[in-house]
Design a protein around this ligand. Structure first.
Ligand code: CO
Length: 170
């Protein structure tokens, strides 16, 4: 099934997300459906709260990013264990905040520890775009959205765009 995507400013996006405890068939189905939802929405990442599930899990579309893995990767109960000092600024968007794109500063590399669909722990190093997506999705698990991280310089434009967007939706 394709889930409807939870849109800003729905409070679900700000709620606490709990650890995944059961690595069962229900979880596998949920992840498959999240993958379908991400593809349908043309996204490169999707976190569980964005489909209304307040659990610590996100997926990344790795089809064009990594050659040695499947089309997507799942990170369950993730912890970022290292962030590079080097940062980079690039434009981001979010399926939960359509039509808004703004530059965000992120670490260039991260190391992330997480569990896979079977509960097996793995550690992965990510750079550049993959590192950016991981940081963006990881933030969702802490109720943080990319618009919270917008550079001071772009704040006014963002506020204007958000206001305009809510008017368009009304
Ligand atoms: Co997002």
């Amino acid at each position: 099934m394709i889930y409807p995507i939870v849109k800003y400013p729905n409070p679900i996006l700000r709620k606490k997300n709990v650890l995944v405890k059961h690595f069962d068939d229900e979880l596998k189905t949920l992840i498959q459906n999240m993958f379908k939802t991400m593809l349908q929405a043309d996204g490169i990442g999707l976190a569980a709260p964005q489909i209304g599930k307040n659990i610590r899990l996100f997926i990344v579309n790795t089809k064009d990013l990594l050659t040695d893995t499947d089309d997507f990767q799942v990170f369950i109960n993730p912890v970022i264990t290292f962030t590079s000092q080097e940062t980079a600024i690039d434009e981001e968007g979010c399926l939960s905040i359509p039509k808004i794109y703004t530059p965000v500063k992120r670490h260039v590399s991260v190391i992330i520890k997480a569990q896979d669909v079977n509960g097996k722990e793995f550690v992965q190093k990510a750079d550049k775009l993959l590192a950016r997506i991981i940081q963006h999705e990881f933030d969702h698990l802490n109720g943080v959205l990319f618009i919270d991280k917008v550079l001071a310089l772009n704040k006014k434009t963002l506020e204007f765009d958000l206001k305009k967007r809510s008017k368009d939706d009304a």
